[in-house]
Design a protein around this ligand. Structure first.
Ligand code: HEM
Ligand code: HEM
Length: 195
């Protein structure tokens, strides 16, 4: 039996792809900042990069400005892939495909919350705290928690997407192929029609 290949709208792939790259860059550079100036929960011997906070700040700011576009798109056009009214009830059908789909939609939704948490706690950070050993600020504890939340959620998001659609679904998100009826010229129209 031949299964139809999953296809993701080009606007979703663009926004999701840029957002994912920024999140991964923030996770790595954020860890590097922690490893350089903190290390209370363990550390690995990473080479010292003196302007690492500046680099992370630039990635963080780009993420802060870009992520709202992806969040708005997901709430506007991608709402069917987020948690639904009956999702929680369907979770109880343990082991059935519908329960995995509901769990996947739930993790997609949690990803949006993780974005908001990381972006807001990052905005509350001050670049001078860590170099002067000020590790006690609440905003820093929140921002570290946001890092761990994002990492765990990303792992769950990938696991759930793989469980629901396997490798073809994961590949459909990173493919560069664009159908003629999904050309970037049509993005505005797609947003208007909410498709
Ligand atoms: C161990 C993990 C992390 C540490 C130690 C850390 C540390 C910092 C520091 C010191 C700043 C202040 C930089 C500045 O003002 O120039 C900052 C800002 C920021 N970080 Fe993180 N971060 C971490 C993880 C993350 C993650 C995972 C994200 C997003 C996915 C993120 C997003 C941001 C944002 C949005 C800003 C604000 C940038 C700005 O407005 O200038 N951070 N972070
Ligand atoms: C890094 C590799 C990533 C891969 C391979 C990946 C994969 C996927 C796939 C395959 C889907 C489509 C699910 C479907 O059609 O049922 C999806 C949707 C989604 N992903 Fe990711 N993802 C990644 C990173 C991220 C990150 C970092 C975030 C946010 C922080 C994120 C948030 C979302 C959201 C919110 C949706 C639902 C989009 C919509 O509403 O249409 N993903 N992802």
């Amino acid at each position: 039996m031949s299964r139809t290949k999953p296809y993701q709208p080009s606007l979703l792939r663009f926004l999701h792809g840029v957002n994912a790259l920024l999140v991964i860059a923030a996770l790595i550079s954020g860890y590097w900042v922690y490893d350089t100036f903190d290390g209370r929960f363990g550390k690995v011997p990473l080479p010292r990069i003196n302007p690492i906070i500046d680099y992370h700040g630039t990635i963080g700011l780009t993420f802060f400005l870009f992520a709202p576009l992806f969040v708005i798109y997901s709430l506007w056009c991608g709402r069917k892939k987020l948690v639904q009214k009956d999702s929680i009830a369907q979770l109880s059908n343990i082991g059935k495909p519908i329960s995995w789909i509901s769990l996947q939609r739930l993790t997609n939704t949690v990803m949006l919350l993780a974005i908001v948490f990381a972006a807001i706690s990052g905005k509350l950070m001050d670049e001078t705290w860590l170099p002067t050993g000020e590790l006690h600020h609440l905003a820093y504890s929140l921002h570290l928690t946001a890092w761990a939340t994002m990492l765990v959620c990303l792992a769950l998001h990938l696991l759930m997407s793989a469980k629901v659609g396997g490798v073809p679904l994961l590949l459909s998100m990173s493919s560069f192929k664009v159908r003629s009826d999904d050309h970037p010229k049509l993005w505005i129209q797609q947003l208007r029609n909410r498709v």
